[in-house]
Design a protein around this ligand. Structure first.
Ligand SMILES: Cc1cc2nc3c(=O)[nH]c(=O)nc-3n(C[C@H](O)[C@H](O)[C@H](O)COP(=O)(O)OP(=O)(O)OC[C@H]3O[C@@H](n4cnc5c(N)ncnc54)[C@H](O)[C@@H]3O)c2cc1C
Length: 472
């Protein structure tokens, strides 16, 4: 008789990069994995779509830094490292109708919206931030406060405030300087030795090549991947985690919620171990949504990748040109742009009629880039994401939820646990690996899993109380 633990049955709820990494790692360890993803496609915020002619793209713009080694290592392991290239980036700053080079220190010195003294001080602020080795004391001070002190209010209001507002909208003045510290460090070090400008990475075929490889590897190991399957009720049955799937309660040895923290609070609201304190901790994490439009044009309208907009009244705060980063030879001669804005989940941009959004943003783009005219547009696509960015204020560090939840057998991994770094695919992979390790260790330490026979895999009948709560 076999007394070793049988492979565990593990549900991964959420098929973004965190969930897929954890699923892959646990499948490699021999466990039986089911992934449940609410959306019709896997990939989460990195999910792809196709232009009208089939060219693959991300719905939200994505690139990597040269320092994103969890992503590059995963690409290596999946055999797609050769598809990842790092291209020199370029930045232009826009202020009150004029554009300025912003890529090199020399260009920053020519940024005339600032006085010469403020330009020098801004350069020195960057150097001072880079020289700080320990970000921890910065967690309790807001970026705005720190910058006003070190860089002066005038320069902060022109250079830094629009960047904070662009990323954090109404929360801009609460963001911790520790977040900005990591951002400046990563951008300064995303270079190839000896080069002045940063390099950013993109996969030939887009980020979906990674999702495709995970899917292949998971299916090869017998994992079941279910899209269009939102899980709305996290329960407990005979001391084990249990999910309601297609109206049936299914018992698992472990469940990973690779979903936003507020989604876990909602799904587990009827779980017997859910406490008001834990629900509050999860619900107190604020998120912004993101509205994105992908536009292609018949002619190029810029040769710059990143357009940094320093006007707070601009109709959007993200404008970038993919072909300017990776070269039009890699986009099949297509000129591809992303326009976007981070806004509260209930902001009008999140629900506004698509044509009205087009009209507003095309007018804004024509003002920003006179080379643009709506007549040049070949096609455009609108995507909106709820819970796209968490708000890392000065109290955030003490509020981060643990990966091991108080609900027995349930684990949580999502980008709200990323701090002080800016959330990104690199940390999704890092945290997916970490939570997979935690789950494997917890299962190995569970005495109830040393069994003579593999546990039953059939759906289990529901106790009446669970049936009632599953409809909540
Ligand atoms: C506009 C934008 C630009 C970005 N740019 C970059 C970039 O350039 N580089 C970079 O590295 N990163 C970038 N990121 C960040 C990156 O996309 C995220 O950090 C990463 O994708 C997070 O992965 P995740 O799996 O933790 O979360 P998510 O991708 O949010 O995945 C969570 C998944 O859970 C699913 N889900 C939720 N509730 C349920 C439920 N009840 N049942 C089943 N499924 C559920 C969701 O549908 C989703 O697929 C960007 C993000 C945005 C929004």
């Amino acid at each position: 008789m076999n007394h070793a633990a049988a492979p565990a049955r593990i549900a991964v709820v959420g098929g973004g990069f965190t969930g897929l990494t954890a699923a892959y790692e646990l499948a490699k360890a021999g466990h039986r994995i089911e992934v449940f993803e609410a959306a019709p496609t896997l990939g989460g915020l990195v999910a792809g779509f196709e232009l009208d002619d089939g060219f693959p793209l991300e719905r939200a713009y994505h690139f990597l830094y040269t320092t994103d080694h969890w992503m590059t290592d995963m690409a290596e392991e999946l055999g797609i490292r050769d598809k990842l290239s790092f291209h020199p980036s370029s930045i232009k700053a826009f202020h009150q109708g004029r554009r300025y080079g912003f890529t090199t220190p020399l260009e920053l010195l020519r940024f005339t919206p600032l006085s010469l003294v403020d330009r020098i001080r801004t350069g020195l602020t960057g150097l001072r931030t880079l020289s700080l080795r320990n970000w921890h004391p910065l967690t309790k001070v807001t970026a705005y406060e720190w910058l006003c002190r070190v860089n002066g209010k005038r320069a902060t209001d022109i250079v830094w405030k629009p960047l904070l507002v662009g990323k954090f909208d109404i929360y801009w003045d609460r963001i911790t300087m520790a977040w900005l510290w990591t951002r400046i460090h990563v951008r300064q070090t995303s270079k190839i030795d000896g080069e002045q400008t940063e390099r950013l990475g993109y996969f030939t075929g887009g980020f979906r090549v990674m999702v495709d490889r995970w899917v292949e590897e998971l299916e090869r190991r017998g994992a079941v991947l279910r899209t269009s399957t939102p899980i709305t009720a996290f329960h407990q049955l005979e001391g084990k985690p249990a999910l309601v799937v297609d109206g049936e309660v299914r018992r698992f040895d472990a469940v990973l919620g690779a979903i936003p923290s507020n989604a876990l609070a909602r799904a587990a609201s009827q779980h017997p171990a859910m406490t008001p304190e834990y629900a509050k901790q999860l619900n107190d994490i604020d998120y912004l949504g993101a509205a994105l439009m992908i536009v292609t044009t018949s002619h190029p309208i810029t040769d710059t990748y990143w357009h940094q907009i320093h006007d707070l009244d601009a109709p959007f705060l993200v404008f970038l040109s993919l072909d300017s980063l990776i070269g039009a030879e890699n986009t099949g001669g297509r000129y591809i742009y992303y326009i976007g804005d981070y806004v509260p989940n209930d902001h009008e941009l999140m629900t506004m009629d698509e044509d009205a959004l087009r009209e507003r943003w095309f007018a804004g783009l024509a003002e920003l880039i006179p080379e643009f005219s709506p007549d040049l547009v070949v096609e455009s696509h609108v995507f909106r994401f709820r819970n796209a960015q968490h708000i890392v204020d000065v109290t955030y560090e003490s509020r981060i939820p643990a990966m091991r939840t108080p609900l027995p057998g349930y684990f949580l991994a999502n980008f709200s646990q990323v701090f002080p770094e800016d959330r990104g695919t690199n940390y999704a992979v890092r945290d997916g690996l970490q939570v997979a390790g935690l789950i494997a260790a917890a299962l190995a330490a569970d005495p109830s899993r040393v069994v003579a026979e593999p546990p039953a895999t059939q759906p289990v009948p529901l106790p009446a109380s669970t049936v009632e709560s599953s409809s909540a």
